[in-house]
Design a protein around this ligand. Structure first.
Ligand SMILES: [Zn+2]
Length: 436
């Protein structure tokens, strides 16, 4: 059997702010003070009436549901809200999932890319290294599951980035590491099992879960491929099953569902390739060859000179280059100096730029697709669907907001204080909610 990684933690990270004011009952729901459907916990405190179940579907680009047959997601948009949203920079999986959890930009929460080297601890963070992903020292800020449990509610997390580590010494009530062997249907069954318990007191207020598709199929075949169509439609089928089963939950009417993603995807072209190696041969000691490409000169005194050489070839190479300290403000990147190399080079969306000794090293193959590009480019945008008592009905949002606001959205629905500090913007998401 494959159900082996369900690591369940029961640790003493419960309420630390006391006394924490109880969430105000929502006027359009039963008034719990008068016993309308409320439940009591063991210590006599009233439980919250609100629930959030949030699924991230990796690289679910903004237009996939328009291109393919997705009746379940379409119906969620009809009864709830839809918004095109954008990632944080860099538009990669780990920085963005941890931004969604913490409400912070990658520069502020420390997971500055899928791989990076920390110059203070001499340790490398890498998404494929369990020892690194479990090391709490890499993670700054407060992930929402800890924010929730610190204020007396419960959270279950199934495979979300950051869940391997006990951030600030805490893990939520259920903390399951990502397990690629579990099918989407098996993951759905875990969430259904948690939310459909007969004992309402045992139902978590927050569930976060994660699908690694359609990212994988898009990388290999492109977002517009037949293979991606099939995977997207299979996801929608799983969501149909999921929503049907969730009707058996005793708290179904109080659940707010969110279906969203971490970033978009763009198909590359083998001809849109530029290798900067010959411009600065052997002058780089360390480099990271993805989006963005980051470089650490062998001789740091040459940083400015190397930057100027690269700068002179920007238009020819189809990239932008910056000194780490001079990144454009809207990217919110470059202040984490011990984790980001001094030169940052970002390929134009759809281009592949590398620092590679091999003249053709890293050239993309036909249909290969990628992300990590400028989050303001539409190919990097993705979906946000929400439905449930907190959300408006049949509403399409009037602005593209950043996914780090998920932290604030969840806090608002559950009636708790978001982590302090956070980088969320209430005005960007206020319009999603039903006006009381
Ligand atoms: Zn991703």
């Amino acid at each position: 059997m494959l159900w082996v990684l369900g690591v369940v933690w029961f640790v003493a990270c419960g309420p630390q702010l006391s006394p924490e004011p109880k969430p105000e009952p929502k006027p359009d729901k039963p008034n719990t003070e008068q016993g309308g459907g409320s439940t009591d916990t063991e210590d006599g405190e009233e439980s919250s009436e609100s629930y959030v179940v949030i699924l991230s579907m990796d690289a679910f680009r903004y237009d996939l549901a328009e291109m393919y047959d997705t009746p379940t997601l379409d119906s969620i948009a009809r009864v709830g809200v839809y918004s095109e949203i954008m990632p944080c920079f860099p538009s990669n999986t780990f920085p963005n999932h941890y931004s969604m959890a913490t409400g912070l930009y990658p520069d502020h929460h420390g997971i500055v890319n899928n791989t990076f080297f920390d110059e203070t601890t001499y340790k490398t963070y890498s998404i494929s290294d369990k020892e690194a992903t479990s090391n709490a020292n890499f993670y700054k800020g407060e992930p929402i599951w800890n924010t929730v449990e610190r204020q007396g509610l419960t959270a279950h997390v199934y495979g979300w980035v950051g869940i391997d580590a006990a951030v600030n010494g805490c893990k939520p009530t259920v903390a399951m590491s990502y397990d690629y062997r579990l099918s989407q249907r098996q993951l759905a069954d875990k969430v259904i099992g948690a939310m459909c318990r007969e004992d309402v007191e045992e139902i978590p207020n927050l569930v976060m879960w994660y699908f690694d598709e359609p990212d994988a199929v898009e990388h290999d075949y492109s977002p517009t491929s037949e293979q991606t169509r099939r995977v997207v439609e299979e996801i929608d089928d799983v969501l149909a099953y999921f929503m049907r089963q969730m009707r058996n939950s005793p708290v179904y009417d109080d659940i707010n569902f969110i279906f969203t993603s971490d970033h978009g995807m763009v198909e590359l072209d083998p001809d849109k390739y530029f290798n900067v190696y010959s411009l600065i041969p052997d002058r780089i000691q360390y480099y990271y060859n993805s989006n963005p490409v980051t470089l650490k000169p062998r001789n740091l005194a040459e940083t400015q000179e190397i930057y100027e050489i690269l700068k002179a070839h920007e238009s020819e190479g189809h990239y932008r280059v910056w000194l780490r300290e001079d990144m454009p403000e809207e990217l919110h990147y470059g202040t984490y100096k011990t984790r980001i190399y001094p030169i940052v080079l970002l390929a134009d969306t759809g281009w592949k730029v590398v620092y590679n000794k091999n003249a053709n090293g890293g050239r993309p193959t036909e249909h290969y697709s990628n992300h990590g590009y400028n989050p303001y480019d539409r190919e990097m945008h993705m979906v946000f669907y929400g439905c449930g008592p907190a959300f408006k009905s049949g509403y399409t949002h009037d602005r593209v907001f950043q996914n780090l606001n998920d932290h604030l959205i969840i806090s608002h629905i559950l009636g708790i204080e978001p982590a302090n500090p956070n980088d969320c913007t209430w005005e960007d998401v206020e319009g999603l909610f039903r006006v009381e």
